[in-house]
Design a protein around this ligand. Structure first.
Ligand code: CTP
Length: 406
């Protein structure tokens, strides 16, 4: 659980998107967080305190003067107990007050009294969002160190279409988890490959493998949590794109090679997690291969695919390269040889193809000084550990902001 032992102060202000904050509250609790909900008077008109009380398991605080807090100073006590304050949805009014230091109700007072990081998830009509006053307020909040998640674009409750929707609760959860991760890759650009490749034989058949893409997606997510700008070049998978990650979909190894080369000059780090097919059918038939009575099974002639990782590592201005290896036997020997052959400083070896599709994994880390276990755990935990190993090996950090989660 990503939020075990964490305390989140979830402040809900008065917009129709307040109903989505109830789902966010449930997700936060499910991830292990203790959640204290604060409702503004307007929010309480959209969703009742009883809903949040049931979901968070705690009394909801709505009023500066009539709070269940013993010392009668909820604006101090609540923020001191929190690791992170999340304002979702954040109305134009709340953003304006927070940007200008106005403190005239419980939420605005606790934001001013807060000594904790604050993440605002704006939600409002698209014209209100685009208004120079709102944009000025958001820019000022960013300067003050606040995190801004969204807003998303799409159909609005008012019937208009545009930017101003609350970021979906699942995505907001990812931003909240990210806000609590160390920003060891702030200002860095990371390119990741993930998933299998699919090499067509004819319009309906092809060669592929059992990679689910989970490890590569976890690496992309962990890099983004660490403050990097992330491009994920993905073979066919059934996975959702990690929030805030730019995804480029490809099918074949050649397409993956081309997409990687198109982005490589803008990358500081390249992590090759994809299970790239080493060979493809020498010819792709334009029509479905039909079987005929009495005919022998057709032979499939194969041609080699480019080695993406080795090609990137051999570039004159190569980024920091990380490879993965799935070995079925002689793990240590084969993985060490693979690291040398591909010319990469860091290589991670999976225990074997049996980890495909699973949510957990065990990885051994190989670098110039030998090898050691990175550990065993969920793929996202291992990905976070890997990101820390990569960050520790990069040359001194460029000036990075890492201030936005949007
Ligand atoms: N890789 C790549 N392009 C390829 C093949 C592999 O970029 N055409 C990358 C993978 O993403 C992984 C690493 O190279 O990071 C090792 O992949 P793996 O399949 O284990 O190695 P192979 O080079 O295919 O060697 P072998 O199949 O002989 O074990």
């Amino acid at each position: 659980m990503d939020l075990n032992g964490r305390s989140i102060l979830l402040a809900v202000s008065g917009g129709v998107a307040a109903y989505k904050a109830a789902e966010l509250c449930r997700l936060l609790v499910k991830e292990g967080a203790s959640v204290q909900v604060v409702l503004t008077a307007a929010a309480a008109r959209f969703v009742g305190a009883a809903t949040f009380q049931a979901l968070s398991g705690r009394p909801v605080v709505t009023d500066l003067w009539e709070s269940p807090v013993a010392d009668g100073m909820p604006h101090i006590g609540l923020t001191r107990a929190a690791d992170l304050i999340v304002v979702a949805p954040a109305t134009a009014d709340v953003l304006g007050k927070a940007a200008n230091g106005i403190a005239d109700d419980l939420l605005s007072t606790l934001l001013l009294a807060s000594n904790k990081p604050v993440l605002f998830a704006p939600a409002m009509n698209r014209e209100m969002w685009a208004h120079p006053a709102t944009q000025r307020n958001v820019a000022r909040l960013r300067e003050d160190g606040a995190l801004i998640s969204g807003p998303a674009a799409g159909e609005q409750a008012c019937g208009e279409v545009g930017e101003g929707r609350l970021v979906e609760p699942e995505d907001l959860l990812q931003d909240i988890v990210a806000a609590l991760q160390p920003k060891v890759l702030a200002g860095r650009r990371v390119l990741v490959t993930a998933g299998p490749t699919f090499e067509p034989i004819d319009p309906v058949r092809g060669l592929t493998n059992r990679s689910s893409g989970k490890m590569g997606y976890a690496v992309a997510r962990a890099a983004r949590e660490a403050g990097a700008q992330v491009v994920l070049v993905s073979g066919p998978t059934a996975l959702a794109t990690p929030h805030g990650v730019q995804r480029v979909d490809v099918e074949t190894a050649q397409q993956m090679f081309d997409a990687v080369m198109a982005h490589i000059a803008q990358s500081d780090v390249f992590v090759a997690v994809a299970a790239v097919a080493d060979w493809r059918p020498a010819q792709t038939l334009p029509h479905k291969l039909k079987k005929q009575e009495g005919q022998h099974a057709p032979a499939l002639e194969l041609a080699p695919n480019p080695d993406i990782l080795a090609s990137v590592a051999a570039l004159p201005d190569a980024p920091f390269c990380v490879g993965f290896a799935a070995e079925s036997d002689k793990l240590i020997e084969h993985a060490a040889a693979k690291r040398a052959r591909k010319g990469v400083p860091l290589l991670l070896a999976n225990l074997g193809p049996q980890t495909f599709g699973r949510d957990d994994n065990a990885l051994e880390l190989f670098d110039s000084s030998g090898h050691r276990p990175l550990g065993r755990g969920s793929k996202i935990d291992l990905a976070r550990r890997l990101i820390a190993e990569i960050a520790a090996r990069l040359p001194a950090s460029p000036a990075g902001d890492g201030g936005s989660t949007g």
